[in-house]
Design a protein. Structure first.
Length: 140
């Protein structure tokens, strides 16, 4: 991942990209970025890492998964800012698939919410009837 000569440490990369150091380490663990190593063993990142981390953060923030993003990384599609390059041919399909999956999850959650709301209403009604029965018995 050597694009420029301005190597930086993980803290500077995180600061420049507006992410946490923990996020940068996670991206590395997920093989989305690959730092170089200084003679002392410290991670070193170049300008390409800045671009990639910003792109990764933006795509994750938009709802894509690491697996979705890995497809673009493997094809070199995140080596320039997202706003300046044409998307990878598969990017539209991946985003469309992810949106469809989200729509299905939302529909399932709405269905689950409806069932829970009906159960809550039935329970409240049953409790109200039970209280009326007790009140009627006491009033006799």
């Amino acid at each position: 991942m050597r694009k420029g000569t301005s190597d930086m440490r993980i803290g500077e990369l995180a600061r420049r990209c507006g992410v946490s150091v923990r996020s940068v380490r996670y991206y590395e663990q997920q093989h989305l970025i690959a730092p170089g190593r200084a003679a002392n063993g410290y991670r070193e990142y170049d300008e390409l890492a800045v671009v990639r981390v910003r792109n990764i953060h933006e795509l994750l923030d938009s709802g894509l998964t690491v697996e979705d993003i890995r497809l673009s990384i493997d094809k070199g599609c995140l080596d320039e800012p997202l706003s300046t390059l044409p998307r990878c041919p598969d990017a539209l399909r991946v985003a469309t698939d992810r949106l469809g999956a989200l729509d299905r999850r939302i529909a399932a959650l709405q269905d689950l919410r409806g069932r829970l709301a009906r159960q809550l209403l039935a329970t409240r009604s049953a409790m109200a009837r039970a209280e009326e029965t007790v009140a009627d018995e006491w009033s006799r």
